[in-house]
Design a protein around this ligand. Sequence first.
Ligand code: ATP
Length: 289
Amino acid sequence: MYVLEKAPAKINLSLDVLYKRPDHYHEIEMVMTTVDLADRIELIAIDQNTIKIESENRFVPNDDRNLAYRAAKLIKDTYGIKQGVIIKIEKVIPVAAGLAGGSSDAAATLRGLNKLWSLGISIEELATLGAKIGSDVSFCVYNSTAVARGRGENITELPAPPSCWVVLAKPRIGVSTQSVYQHLKLDKVKHPDTEGMIAAVKAGDFDEMCKNIGNVLEDVTLPKYPEVRQIKKLMELSGADAVLMSGSGPTVFSLVKQESRACRIYNSLRGFCEEVYVVRMLGYHQTLE
Ligand code: ATP
């Protein structure tokens, strides 16, 4: 018996940090959606009571540091499951890129094991479990378009945004999410208009969506990594309708209505940047049954 799940990358259409809470976490408000760039998660039932990760990507840990492993362990512990599973991860989403690849793998594992072991867990319950693994996992369980508040675990779903082309570019640098949050000076940053973004998504208004795009974390990452700023500039010069850094970076994405412009942006970045992709914005959950 096996189950296949698609684990898509997420992008932030807006990312705001409101304040630092007494428990030291940041209170955030983000509008997130998915793009059609996904890892392939294959879950194979085994009789031995173990969890085994198989991945050929050298950046993906194959032990309990892997978020998909933690997802399986959490489900087994919470529901007293004595069976085991092999989790095969075919990695397509760039690692440590601000695209929530690890969180999406964990969420796909939660959804997939729910099917493999016929547990009948509701999507809300899976999202609550997901929050114990990482802040982006709850959103990735829904795999659609949503506003995430709190630490990211408080999800309100939105309709899929107007579809468009998305060009993703990841330079060959690593950015520590923790360090970006540490260096954020909340009194000095320009906050994005989250309500404006929500209204644009609800109205299906592409131009308004482009106007309201914003990520408060750019204030930390852009001055520190000139390459990220250069990629943004190149995308703007090549005709993107909107350009933004995803999460804490370093991946930058463009939203583009016209396919020919998306190709132009892709060509202008190939060679300049380690990894470049042209994909469609997805924004809704694709069921494979
Ligand atoms: P975040 O913004 O939450 O840090 P990210 O999208 O920038 O996420 P990921 O691709 O999720 O980054 O990877 C971050 C780290 O998590 C990697 O350095 C890797 O060691 C670890 N990791 C754990 N599980 C996975 C997984 N299934 N796929 C990729 N990385 C994983």
